[in-house]
Write a protein that binds this ligand. Structure first.
Ligand code: THU
Length: 160
């Protein structure tokens, strides 16, 4: 038997260390939380992504009384971008969330499994890694690609 170890590098940083471009993306992600529709969880998530032409596209979680019919902020943003700008790669994605009291979370929140799968698909589609920026008031994480967050994933190469 051979053991294969897959590691993920999480860059921990504070807001001041972000580039101007990333600060702008973070601002958009935070603003997007206020457009969330979360009457059931009262947990408002905002996502802002940057396209390879510099444009920012946002999304927020949209819940439904039939719970599984709702959608996370990340997929709302990615599908919005892919549907309207199919020829532009997604290069970075920032996520921020406000808790049930309306405060931004102290720790960064991370995308759910389904969102990771969609993000990996988007990386494959455009043949470009997506830098993931996760916001918390006490600090941020940056992960170099969605693939890093979903090792051993099912991917399109299995269908070839
Ligand atoms: N949610 C997101 O939008 N993104 C995440 O990364 C985690 C969870 C949403 C789904 C649901 O509307 C609410 O947060 C509580 O799970």
């Amino acid at each position: 038997m051979t053991d294969v170890v897959k590691q993920v590098v999480i860059h921990e940083l504070i807001e001041d260390e972000l580039t101007l471009e990333d600060k702008e993306l973070l601002k958009a992600a935070k603003e997007a939380t206020y457009r969330s529709y979360a009457p059931y969880s009262h947990f408002s998530v905002g996502a802002a992504l940057r396209l390879d032409n510099g444009q920012i596209i946002t999304g927020s979680n949209q819940e439904n009384c039939a719970y599984p019919s709702g959608l996370c902020a990340e997929r709302t943003a990615v599908f919005n971008a892919n549907a309207n700008y199919p020829n532009n790669a997604v290069v970075s994605l920032c996520i921020a969330a406000r808790d049930t009291r309306g405060n931004f979370t102290e720790l960064p929140i991370t995308p759910c499994g389904s969102c990771r799968q969609v993000l990996v698909e988007t990386e494959h589609r455009y043949q470009k890694p997506i830098r993931i920026i996760l916001y918390g008031t006490k600090g941020l994480y940056i992960i170099d690609s969605a693939q890093d967050m979903l090792p051993v994933s099912f991917n399109a190469s299995y269908l070839e």
